[in-house]
Design a protein around this ligand. Structure first.
Ligand code: GTP
Ligand code: SPV
Ligand code: MN
Length: 610
């Protein structure tokens, strides 16, 4: 730890590195934000203990009962700071066109002036933590470094779970004199001398800003995951998508799983679903069909590159799970339960039980009474929820009992299938297959989903969420579609993954789910890999290839053929109603939309006879 009473300047700052760029960055930000202390994070167990003890003493953390959840903590946020703030998130490219038309934009210099004003003195009374981290493997051919400077101990503790960080990373950065993404984070709640802190400091004013040309991230006012753990959405998706465009790879909002058939055949599947639409659950799926096995590699982000063999290889750049708590239980996601039960986890905005455990809606055995995330007394009879719908568990990926050993391989895994999916009550069948890569890109580009509590705003509104990346594409979305099209053009189609579209969320007339979901989704995965291997039959429909009757294994499932037919049904009328919506969506992009996507829309329209 560097403790200093004197103002910090580039010439007076010292730290456990000789990397000039890092020292200058730390000194400049310290000069601007004026923290009382600077702490260079090591990532050690002692540091974790110190941080979590401090968080307990300030009331941010409540230590959970060690007999139930060892080394684990409960936190409740300020009710104004519970999710990503998409309307406060900016891509500040030099040219406005490079952020359009799906992102908020402001001129970078104007934004910096505004934010420097907010940052001035914003860390007074606090510690500035210096977090050296790497997204992906430290042993990667080109390790993807970052330095996050934050005045939040909660963020620092969470970053230790979610990313590879600490001394080993800093030493390697020093050795390589490596480039890094500078990330500034402040909760925006300075403390004047004698002023008491609050349990969840934050600010009414929030900015989540990416500078794509500079590869820099500035965040202010929020302590919530996606707004504050800057390695995750800000770096590994928004900034990385720009790097990927420039360097010919893909940074995507995708889970990665390994599927082994009863015959021992291994396939790797990546899947893009919007926030709170089932990635973590699918990534840790426990198959209900005998002999099939799923192992996890990632639950949120995939970085994918074409390998020397022409295949698309994927790595998970993260080191933990930041999962949606409500709905998680022994039936829906037993592996997530086993992971968090090992301890070493942080739970935010769930309910706290009198025996020092946590609870949330959908978990087994509701307690007779609990403290809700808002601090109210809650009972099963209460007319409000105990937990926020976007409450989260933050837990080390290494604790996952079905983590595939390939997680540690810097080369990643070769992807056989990509699934796109959304949350749609109607229209979209349980599963269908794209005709080819370009059609698959069209399916991704027109992906639609009902909004969820993962972002602040209305829930349940259908919107286009291309490739589940709407809030995360760091550049012009028309260019992003073009980049996807080019991956198909520049590579051998036979070696690229096959593209599918799934919807676990279609409803019947009574509002019930048509498909049981969760572990039963293994049946859909089975059909997908059998399609890849040319074994499963499909019928061609205007939207793509749907399972032929009898080809989707529902053996042992309590489901009638009629119910399955309803889940798989392609209703031409409903799809014709999508056409003007897709048209309107594409028109937003003007000349930036790749022409082949218009061709795809024309093809769909004519196949629908519309
Ligand atoms: P982010 O972490 O926000 O990116 O979300 P995610 O895509 O990982 O979603 P997650 O797996 O956490 O699921 C979100 C919600 O969808 C949870 O409440 C789940 O219980 C529910 N869910 C997931 N899979 C299924 C499914 O197959 N069927 C149904 N009905 N619900 C599901
Ligand atoms: C999401 O919203 O897609 C998440 C949670 O995975 S967060 O990290 O907060 O973005
Ligand atoms: Mn996500």
């Amino acid at each position: 730890m560097t403790a200093t009473a004197d103002p910090i300047t580039p010439s007076t700052l010292s730290g456990p590195t000789t990397h000039r760029g890092i020292l200058d960055f730390v000194a400049e930000v310290a000069e601007l934000t004026q923290p009382d202390r600077i702490q260079w994070c090591t990532g050690s167990d002692e540091e974790w203990t110190e941080l979590t003890d401090a968080l307990v003493s300030t009331g941010t953390f409540t230590r959970l009962n060690p007999a139930i959840k060892p080394n684990s903590f409960y936190a409740a946020s300020d009710p104004i700071d519970v999710a990503r703030v998409e309307d406060r998130t900016y891509i500040c490219s030099v040219d406005e066109r490079d952020a359009g038309p799906t992102n908020n934009w402001m001129d970078p210099e104007t934004m910096k002036t505004t934010m420097r004003g907010l940052y001035a003195g914003c860390m007074r009374g606090r510690t500035m933590y210096v977090i050296p981290f790497v997204m992906g493997h430290l042993e990667a051919e080109k390790p993807m470094f970052g330095i996050e400077l934050t005045d939040s101990a909660y963020v620092t503790a969470s970053m230790r779970v979610m990313a590879r960080m600490g001394t080993a990373v800093l030493d390697r950065m020093t050795e390589l004199d490596a480039d890094f993404v500078p990330c500034i984070h402040s909760v925006g709640h300075p403390l004047e001398p004698g002023q008491a802190d609050v349990a969840w400091p934050c600010n009414d004013t929030k900015y989540i800003v990416q500078f794509p040309e500079e590869r820099a991230i500035w965040s202010f006012g929020s302590g919530y995951g996606g707004n504050a753990l800057l390695g995750k959405k800000c770096y590994a998706l928004r900034i990385a998508s720009v790097m990927a465009r420039d360097e010919g790879w893909l940074a995507e909002h995708m889970l990665i799983l390994k599927l082994t058939s009863p015959q021992g055949v291994v396939k790797y599947i990546a899947a893009a679903f919007p926030s709170a639409c089932g990635k973590t659950n699918l990534a840790m799926l426990k198959p209900t069909i005998p002999g099939w096995k799923v192992e996890s590699i990632g639950d949120d982000i995939a970085w994918m590159r074409i390998g020397d063999d022409g295949r698309l290889w994927a790595v998970n750049p993260e080191y933990g799970f930041f999962g949606v708590a409500p709905g998680t239980n022994e039936h829906t996601n037993p592996h997530a339960m086993a992971t968090i039960n090992k301890g070493n986890s942080v739970f935010t905005n769930v309910a706290l039980t009198p025996d020092g455990d946590i609870w949330w809606e959908g978990l087994e055995n509701p307690p007779a009474t609990a403290t809700s995330w808002k601090g109210e007394e809650w009972t099963p009879e209460s007319d409000f929820d105990s937990s926020h719908p976007n409450s989260r568990y933050c837990t080390p990926i290494k604790q996952c009992d079905i983590l595939a050993p390939e997680f540690d391989d810097p080369r990643g895994v070769p992807i056989d299938a990509i699934l796109f999916g959304g949350r749609r009550k109607t229209t979209v069948p349980l599963v269908f297959e794209a005709r080819d890569w370009t059609h698959g890109t069209f399916l991704g580009a027109t992906l639609s989903s009902e909004t969820t509590a993962a972002a602040v705003g209305a829930v349940g509104v259908v919107r286009r969420d291309p490739m589940a990346m709407l809030p995360f594409i760091g550049y012009n979305a028309g260019d992003y579609f073009g980049h996807w099209i080019n991956v198909g053009k520049d590579n051998d189609a036979a070696k690229l993954p096959k593209i599918f579209y799934v919807n676990w969320f279609r409803r019947d007339d009574e509002g019930g789910f048509l498909w049981p979901g969760f572990g039963e989704n293994s049946r859909v995965l089975k059909w997908v890999v059998e399609r890849i291997d040319g074994q499963a039959a499909a019928v061609e429909t205007p939207i793509g290839h749907v399972p032929a009757p009898g080809s989707l294994d529902i053996d042992g499932l309590d489901m009638t053929d009629e119910a399955l037919a309803a889940a798989l049904h392609v209703d031409a009328e409903e799809w014709r109603a999508e056409l003007p919506q897709i048209q309107e969506w594409f028109e937003k992009f003007g000349d930036d939309l790749p022409a082949v996507l218009w061709t795809e829309l024309d093809g769909l329209r004519s196949r629908l006879g519309g």
